[in-house]
Design a protein around this ligand. Structure first.
Ligand code: GLU
Length: 424
């Protein structure tokens, strides 16, 4: 009756295949709502756009752009925009679906969406990047808007990119529409605390999970993969709580120091050189050996598909905090579960970012701005409450936190689906 989608060919370990497997696992916990589950396997709307720009040397270059609105059932679409050479429609579909789950898991009044451009932004000049962003925004302008779908930063996009997106959309509609994107610069309607919010959410969920495990953060050894916006902010907060960052890895290399990497030196080093490689305050190790580093907490905060079976077998941490979206493959997830390693899944672990995006959107609508303390306090409260509800669900059904998060989120989405009913 319901044929698989013809426009993607997922495998069990590819992003969309991983997501479909996660939906299969949650079905037994959805009761009669499972009748609506096929909705979750079909993105509502997928837009593919051609993004042509003139390069600085006069040549014309074309890039492939996407915006996928997986679900609009609980509210407007919401989710970031990623610039990366490996972006595909299939990846953006999975990322948009994970946004639906994440937004519902923390009970934000949003559906789920994601966008991306298949491009290596490091090869573009700043002017080319601006032209790319503006043309992409115009192309997806037919489906985004403060009440329709609200983009935000993701891998390789930042507040400047959001400022260009906001300006382009505003020029096209003839009015300044600050609420069309979140993660903007502060003086353009951005929110205090947004830049570090994802890392803060990772810390808050990690603090709660560690407490339940009886693992003290004082002296805890933390390994972080990905030293960008998420990984470095989480590392700083763990450090402030008394933990040691014993290993860091990014696309440039891996460094370790059993006594703790000095973040006051490492963060400026990464900013200056573009990565952790060559950091004098640690010892370089082979990238594969990063996964076997002796530590208590492992934070994958880079890209999806990083924790694969062979790596999962080497992990020595007791707790994994998924700062990235989709960092663990399904077969690696099973290995970690069998080994008794607790995984706080992406769809709740990194939800701090979109939670503060929600605060930003609310502040833009009301044109009334909150203090950073207010934002951090509200973030803490929302994430802690959401995690508690998920944990109770996991205990009740004796299921992993990932399945429990999906159970909580899918129930909210499908209940809304049922109450709204099918049109026509
Ligand atoms: N890109 C972030 C995420 O994956 C944030 C999305 C948003 O703030 O809308 O959760």
């Amino acid at each position: 009756m319901n044929e698989p989608l013809s426009y993607v060919q997922p495998t069990p370990e590819s992003p969309w295949g991983t997501y479909l497997g996660q939906i299969d696992r949650v079905l037994p916990y959805l009761g009669p709502l499972a009748r609506w589950a096929e909705t979750l396997r079909r993105p509502k709307r997928s837009l593919i756009v051609d993004v042509p720009i003139e390069l600085d040397d006069g040549r014309i270059a074309h890039f492939e752009g996407y915006r996928v609105q997986h679900s609009l059932t609980r509210g407007p679409g919401k989710g970031g925009v990623r610039y990366h050479p490996d972006v595909t429609l299939e990846e953006v579909m999975a990322l948009s679906a994970w946004m639906s789950i994440k937004n519902a898991a923390v009970n934000l009044p949003y559906g789920g969406a994601k966008g991306g451009i298949r491009v290596d932004p490091k090869k573009l000049s700043i002017k080319e990047l601006e032209r790319l962003t503006r043309r992409y925004t115009s192309e997806i302008g037919i489906i985004i808007g403060p009440n329709q779908d609200i983009p935000a930063p993701d891998v390789n996009t930042n507040a400047q990119v959001m400022a260009w997106m906001m300006d382009t959309y505003s020029m096209n509609v003839g009015a300044t529409a600050t609420g069309v994107v979140t993660g903007k610069p502060i003086h353009l309607g951005g929110s205090l605390g947004r830049v570090k919010a994802t890392g803060r959410g990772v810390f808050v969920t990690g603090r709660e999970a560690a407490r339940r495990l009886g693992l003290s953060l004082e002296g805890a050894r933390v390994a972080v993969q990905g030293f960008g916006n998420v990984g470095s902010a989480a590392a700083e907060l763990f450090h402030q709580a008394g933990a040691k960052i014993v290993a860091a890895q990014d696309h440039t290399g891996s460094v370790v120091n059993a006594r703790g990497l000095d973040l006051a030196d490492l963060i400026p080093h990464v900013r200056r050189t573009g990565g952790v490689a060559g950091f004098a305050g640690g010892e370089a190790i082979a990238d594969e050996d990063f996964w076997g580093v002796d530590c208590d907490i492992l934070i994958p905060a880079a890209l999806e598909g990083q924790l694969r079976p062979e790596r999962a077998g080497r992990v020595r941490a007791r707790l994994i905090l998924e700062g990235a979206n989709g960092p663990t493959t399904p077969s690696a997830d099973d290995i970690l579960n069998d080994r008794g390693i607790l995984v706080v899944p992406d769809v709740i672990c990194n939800a701090g970012g979109v939670t503060v995006s929600y605060f930003e959107w609310v502040q833009d609508f009301s044109s009334f701005f909150w203090t950073e303390d207010e934002i951090n306090l509200r973030l803490d409260k929302i994430v802690v409450n959401a995690l508690k509800h998920i944990w109770d669900t996991a205990d009740r059904h004796k299921i992993p936190l990932r399945t429990a998060t999906f159970a909580v989120a899918c129930e909210r989405i499908l209940l809304a689906r049922e109450e709204r009913g099918l049109y026509p």
